[in-house]
Design a protein around this ligand. Structure first.
Ligand SMILES: Cc1cc2nc3c(=O)[nH]c(=O)nc-3n(C[C@H](O)[C@H](O)[C@H](O)COP(=O)(O)OP(=O)(O)OC[C@H]3O[C@@H](n4cnc5c(N)ncnc54)[C@H](O)[C@@H]3O)c2cc1C
Length: 401
């Protein structure tokens, strides 16, 4: 272990799956500051569950960090100066670092100019449909937000969607046939039978799954009453004939801070370009992990955005930094996919077994068994954080980490 005198200053930006795990693992080896405006850790993989019930999918960061020595700074990072090795936060603080972990994650990409609903409901005298919902964010400014236009939601605003759909009926369209769109459509159809739910997707539904997997998704959605419209391209959610549109068509990485700082980005994905050890290819003292990083491994190839890669990359960056602190070269990321898990409401699901490169095998689990397995896997992500808090050095020895 590094002696106290030698300890370096490490800043971790973002307390999602990747950043939090990296911070916990690094805590015994360095002075770690975790920068995130939230004082709670959000389980994003449960975000779709909030359309059905006003529940919480977050845990206090203070309890996850208790006893670790990690300092949480509840601020937003606004700038990064790699030459001076400093960050700036939204209250003007400047913080020095020796090494930085960039883990700012991603968000739903909503087309420019489309007003989307705020996540926190509040009083509104506006649309007859919205009741106590927040008005559209740019309603006053935008000529496109006539009363007839649908309200637009995303995975980030599911609590507001929960409020909207409770005790009412109407027409709802989910746009996006990937895993987030499928999970949202299933959850809505199951919990809101008074609503007519459509799932619109430009291509095929559940691309990347086996024929058996896709057939199961189609069967369950249809049984729940979802009308699936494949080959339906939507350029603008406001053009969709519905009372509410849930936009789940694309995710974008939070890399504006990296781009402004001059970090090299992967041109195809806009994520931070990293080497095999997850170091920025332009600034090797900066590691990038999770959705914000264009990570790759020899077994998996390019890693897609997902919790499945966020935890292993967060853990690997910590292993690599610890190796560097000990004067050793950081190891290459050795990651391979094993499963894709999809919720289909609370009583059904799909576990798709995949090869290391994420291509589907024929084998799937379906029904309640799959729903149970998915719940166990989701819970295990929080258990890993608990273990990392209590015994950080054991995480690197877990399979897949
Ligand atoms: C509905 C839904 C279901 C999903 N289901 C699955 C699934 O089943 N399996 C799977 O593998 N993946 C799933 N995902 C994807 C998964 O949630 C993400 O890939 C994962 O959360 C990425 O982790 P991360 O740590 O990179 O980033 P995030 O979890 O996005 O965390 C980023 C953190 O950075 C913070 N941050 C952002 N900007 C700033 C700033 N300027 N300053 C400071 N902090 C900042 C945020 O507050 C956040 O805490 C799902 C996503 C959604 C939305």
């Amino acid at each position: 272990m590094t002696t106290k005198r030698d300890k370096q200053q490490i800043i971790v930006l973002g307390a999602g799956y990747a950043g939090l795990l990296a911070a916990l693992r690094l805590a015994p080896h360095a002075h770690v500051t975790l920068v995130d405006p939230a004082d709670r850790f959000t389980e994003r993989v449960r975000q779709h569950e909030l359309v059905a019930r006003p529940a919480t999918n977050d845990l206090p960061l203070a309890s996850l960090l208790r006893g670790t020595g990690v300092r949480h700074l509840p601020r937003r990072v606004t700038a990064l100066d790699p030459l001076a090795r400093k960050i700036t936060t939204d209250d003007g603080q400047l913080l020095d670092y020796d090494c930085l972990v960039y883990a700012l994650g991603s968000r739903t990409a909503v087309p420019t100019g489309v007003p989307s609903v705020r996540s926190a409901p509040r009083q509104s005298a506006g649309s007859p449909l919205t009741g106590e919902l927040a008005p559209l964010e740019t309603a006053d400014a935008s000529p496109r937000s006539e009363p007839a236009a649908p309200q637009v939601f995303t995975a980030e605003t599911t609590p507001a969607l929960c409020t909207l759909t409770r005790d009412r009926s109407g027409f709802l369209a989910v746009v996006g046939g990937g895993l987030t769109g499928i999970e949202l459509a299933a959850e809505l159809a199951e919990s809101r039978p008074a609503w007519d739910v459509r799932l619109l997707t430009a291509g095929e539904l559940a691309v990347g799954h086996s024929t058996r997997g896709r057939d199961h998704v189609r069967r369950v959605l249809t049984a729940l009453g979802v009308r699936i419209e494949e080959g339906h391209t939507v350029a603008d959610p406001l053009d969709v004939d519905a009372d509410a549109v849930v936009w789940a068509a694309a995710m974008v990485p939070h890399t504006a801070v990296a781009a402004e700082a001059g970090l090299a980005l992967d041109p195809a994905s806009g994520r931070v370009a990293v080497d095999a050890s997850l170091r920025s290819i332009s600034h090797p003292e900066i590691y990038a992990v999770g959705d914000a990083a264009a990570a790759h491994s020899s077994r998996a190839g390019s890693l897609r955005m997902g919790c499945a890669a966020a935890l292993p990359t967060g853990s690997h960056a910590a292993t690599a930094i610890i190796a560097e602190l000990r004067g050793r070269a950081p190891e290459r990321l050795d990651f391979g996919y094993r499963l894709q898990c999809v919720s289909l409401g609370r009583r059904d699901g799909l576990v798709q077994f995949v090869r290391h490169d994420d291509s589907p095998r024929d084998r799937v689990l379906t029904g309640r068994t799959a729903a149970w397995a998915k719940e166990r896997i989701v819970r295990s992500t929080v258990s890993v954080m608990g273990l990392a808090r209590r015994a950080p050095d054991t995480i690197g020895r877990l399979p897949g980490f």
